[in-house]
Design a protein around this ligand. Sequence first.
Ligand code: ADP
Ligand code: MG
Length: 292
Amino acid sequence: ATPMSIISGIGRAAELGILVRDADALQKAASADTIVFDKTGTLTKGSPKITALYCFNDYSEMQVSQLAASLEQGSNHPLAKGIVQFNQENQGELKPLHAFATLQGLGVSGEVEGLELLLGNQALMTQQGVDIQPAMAIFQQQTGRGATVVFFAINRQLAGLFVLSDPLREDSVNALQRLHEQGYHLVMLTGDQEKTARALAQGTVIDSVIAGVLPAEKANIIKALQQEGRNVVMVGDGINDAPALAQADVSIAMGSGSDIAIETAELTLMRHNISAVADALCLSKGILRNMK
Ligand code: ADP
Ligand code: MG
């Protein structure tokens, strides 16, 4: 039988906007000492906006915008939405997309008007042999400010550099502070590039940043923390967070996140606010006290 304190805990959680799918999680959360946060869509708003577009090799802004947006029609990544929206605002057209593929943790590829298109991070460009040297100065400067930067190549030639802004939400910064004061070890885990992630974490009380992580590796990072003797809560929103959520001792999904994350997680936050994580952990300690 479920103890009374857990049943009332589930009710209290609901009042706080925390959906409990697995009542055990409320109990287990009381022993957590480490909280791992996904960045995009969990600590940030998750809707990146383009703040600058740089063009290379004689491609125009309109060409780059239209081709990149045409390619991103195939993706539902938050970055894709930002790029499609930017093109729309600039009255760019969308063209038919062929041979679309998602390269997990790297970017996307496809064919538009017979051109071979690649859009993604530095690792993707290196892997595909695209020379990104002309963009590196801007890349360093923008990632240093916490911007997310993606490269665009046409027929393996650098054509554009998109600079996107997806800052930490104000409430995330405050909630992290509250969790830090309670003694939790706080980790940011992201597929985004190291420099961007570090710049965003600076000015917060995040203890450690693990960046450039492929979706398949996210669960291994959780496992490694557990092997260090840590009791880990994972908070995420994406399809790519699901394996890490499954590996963690306690899993929390953002209610705004993907169905897979929500189905995997034991707890779901109906408020898009990290302070609900602090509430959940506080509640679980209260339940434990009541049971003793
Ligand atoms: P995250 O959402 O934490 O950034 P992902 O694994 O989804 O992690 O993506 C890792 C990186 O791969 C992104 O930061 C971006 O550089 C690149 N990427 C992934 N999907 C796309 C996309 N649709 N368009 C452009 N870049 C992408
Ligand atoms: Mg995310």
